[in-house]
Design a binder for this molecule. Structure first.
Ligand code: ATP
Ligand code: MN
Length: 255
């Protein structure tokens, strides 16, 4: 009962009576007891006052816009605790030298995945690679800086039609600079860098750090090559004078 109360507060159902809202629908469809308990915990701690809306519903996670106890917007990424991506998550975690013990239970594996994304965000920030500032994590819930204003910041893919050559040139420099800085200074690779995971705001911001890992990971070179190819191919199609992906790969991997 207390939890019910807390959840209707988190969702702002009392004030808004939006029982048929998209927010409520997504919420009731995907949130199990662990998720509700975790959100209630963050509500008590003042980290989440209300969920305000759904930013994205994906295979692995839903991302919400929320407001915290101080009235600031935050982004809340909630991983599904049951997932068809189990194999992929398991493989990625198993290859990460930072992860010691791998739980057999899917839910617990997702908790490890969530914590790893939080750690990745911290590490990216430490090396001055632009990412949302991590705020808190618990179980399958990750709270981070919200990028946007009333509306969330668009992804590069969403606004590419509005950009000119100079914008693309700057974004190419940003993306390649980020890959290089991450790899050389941070001993790290994003692993899913593309026009879908770069938000365009006052300055571009790289999101979705769940599959990012460290150089020591046996998959790191594969991920580095993938990031270089994705970025270079994308900007080549936009008419930018790009580097050769294989040469760049040799340059970075051969140090
Ligand atoms: P997908 O499978 O679609 O890539 P995902 O589950 O891996 O999604 P993210 O890519 O991290 O999750 O986030 C999904 C979407 O939510 C992003 O494309 C972006 O539009 C939005 N988003 C994520 N983080 C933030 C943030 N910090 N601020 C604003 N919007 C965000
Ligand atoms: Mn993404």
């Amino acid at each position: 009962k207390d939890i019910d109360r807390e959840i209707s507060q988190i969702l702002g159902l009392d004030e808004r009576r939006e029982k048929d809202s998209e927010l409520y629908k997504v919420f009731s469809e995907v949130f199990d007891k662990t998720t509700i308990d975790t959100l209630a915990y963050f509500h008590r701690r003042g980290k989440i006052e209300h969920l305000l809306g759904v930013i994205s519903t994906g295979k692995e996670a839903n991302v919400f816009k929320a407001i915290d106890g101080d009235g600031n917007y935050v982004a809340v990424k909630v991983y599904r605790t049951y997932t068809t991506e189990f194999r992929r998550i398991w493989e990625y975690l198993a290859a990460d030298p930072r992860i010691g013990y791998l739980p057999k239970d899917i839910r617990k594996l997702v908790f490890v995945w969530t914590r790893r994304e939080f750690k990745n965000l911290q590490r990216a920030m430490k090396y001055a690679v632009r990412a949302p500032e991590p705020i808190a994590f618990g179980n399958n819930v990750l709270i981070m800086e919200y990028i946007g204003d009333e509306y969330p910041a668009p992804r590069l893919k969403d606004i590419e039609r509005e950009l000119d050559k100079k914008d693309f040139e700057e974004l190419y420099e940003f993306a390649m600079g980020s890959i290089e800085k991450l790899w050389k200074r941070g001993d790290m690779v994003h692993g899913d860098l593309s026009e879908y995971n770069i938000l365009i705001w006052e300055r571009p911001v790289i999101i979705d750090w769940s599959q990012a890992t460290v150089k020591r990971n046996r998959m790191a070179l594969t991920l580095l090559r993938r990031d270089l190819r994705n970025i270079i191919n994308y900007f080549a199609k936009k008419g930018i004078n790009v580097e050769d992906p294989d040469e760049k790969f040799r340059e970075l991997s051969g140090d």
